[in-house]
Design a protein around this ligand. Structure first.
Ligand SMILES: Cc1cc2nc3c(=O)[nH]c(=O)nc-3n(C[C@H](O)[C@H](O)[C@H](O)COP(=O)(O)O)c2cc1C
Length: 211
């Protein structure tokens, strides 16, 4: 796949996940191998990646996901008011709800983890989370180029300690999200609407647009 097409069509996939097609370990290993080529602060590579396939474990983690995700979407629906009835916000909420509804049926969860705990100010936190999010995105791109889809989700982190107990994650490791992973039911996706670069990118002085 052309790299510009890959970069512009790697979407958060929720509705178009093939819940019946198994995901092979080799494909996940290939994608993780590519992901670990991403940059890390001081080349620390302090990441760990937990692949969850076992149905009973997905059920337990899925229950946390559903409880927190449902509360979050209820809050978003209330906040959005009329916009939650129609249009892009309504579609986003419906898509989020669909993933919550089927979460345990998604073949694989991948939980990226980092050694250490986030603490300190902006610099410390940027360096901490910057130690894994470039790799998470590379992982999602590598999945997409092989016909799989994923969404980076954060719901279950509200109950991170409980999830760590279920998953056997030792103290001193921080979970940064959960990616439900599956083959997609459609071969291609479209670029999403985004704010024009002229409005969000500046040259030399804040407010002076890049043209
Ligand atoms: C840090 C982060 C956390 C996110 N958490 C969730 C989540 O908990 N649940 C969810 O359905 N999507 C989550 N998303 C996906 C976004 O909703 C999605 O990327 C956004 O709506 C744009 O859609 P697109 O990626 O298809 O363009 C998250 C994305 C990021 C980057």
């Amino acid at each position: 796949m052309d790299s510009d097409h890959l970069l512009s069509t790697t979407r958060a996939v929720r509705r178009k996940l093939d819940l019946d097609r198994p995901v092979e370990d080799e494909v996940l290993a290939d994608c993780l191998r590519l992901a670990t080529q991403a940059p890390t602060p001081g080349n620390a590579q302090s990441w760990r990646w937990l692949v969850v396939r076992e149905q009973s474990v997905k059920n337990e983690i899925g229950a946390l996901f559903r409880e927190i995700g449902t509360a979050y979407l209820e809050m978003m629906t209330e906040k959005a008011g009329d916009a939650a009835k129609d249009g892009p916000i309504a579609r986003n909420i419906a898509s989020g709800q669909h993933l919550i509804d089927v979460i345990e049926r998604v073949p694989v969860f991948v939980i990226p983890c980092l050694q250490g705990r986030p603490e300190g100010g902006n610099e410390d936190l940027s360096v901490f989370y910057g130690g894994i999010f470039p790799a998470v995105w590379s992982f999602q791109l590598a999945l997409r180029s092989r016909g799989l889809g994923s969404t980076l989700t954060s719901y279950h982190l509200r109950r991170e300690t409980e999830a760590a107990r279920i998953l056997g994650i030792p103290d001193g490791f921080t979970q940064v999200g959960l990616l439900p992973v599956a083959y997609t039911t459609v071969p291609d996706f479209k670029p999403a609407p985004r704010a024009p670069i002229e409005e969000i990118a500046f040259v030399d002085h804040w407010g002076s647009p890049l043209r």
